[in-house]
Unconditional design. Structure first.
Length: 127
């Protein structure tokens, strides 16, 4: 069984951060993130910060790694040497595209592809 891991895209800061905790409260989902880069904080001494689920987009680690050992998360943009199409890692039809595409007989192996970005930080990769 894999350990659940998440990254989050902080909408207002336009920055990707590692998630250290999730909490459901009467106000909805709260996301705890490590303090990094330009993410604005109200307390300069804080090492972590909480965001509401409406201020961030969660990206879940899917339990697979690319050819360089990087963890695949939902929203990653991937490409391979033999698999020339650029694909987005997303949950679809009971599996993660492009690793479990319903109706396809030949799908790429996770270790044959590499992460070249994600849909939030690198939308130009999909053009």
């Amino acid at each position: 069984m894999r350990e659940p891991k998440f990254r989050a895209w902080i909408i207002s800061a336009q920055q990707m951060v590692d998630v250290t905790g999730l909490c459901y409260t009467e106000n909805g989902l709260q996301i705890e993130c490590l303090r990094t880069g330009t993410v604005p904080l109200y307390d300069n001494k804080a090492q972590e910060w909480w965001w509401s689920g409406t201020e961030a987009i969660l990206r879940e680690f899917i339990g697979l790694h690319d050819k360089n050992g990087n963890e695949y998360c939902e929203g990653d943009v991937v490409k391979g040497e033999l698999w020339t199409a650029v694909e987005v890692v997303e949950y679809e039809g009971g599996g993660f595209n492009p690793f479990a595409i319903p109706g396809w007989e030949a799908v790429p192996k996770p270790e044959d592809l590499r992460i070249i970005g994600n849909i939030y930080e690198n939308p130009e990769l999909l053009e």
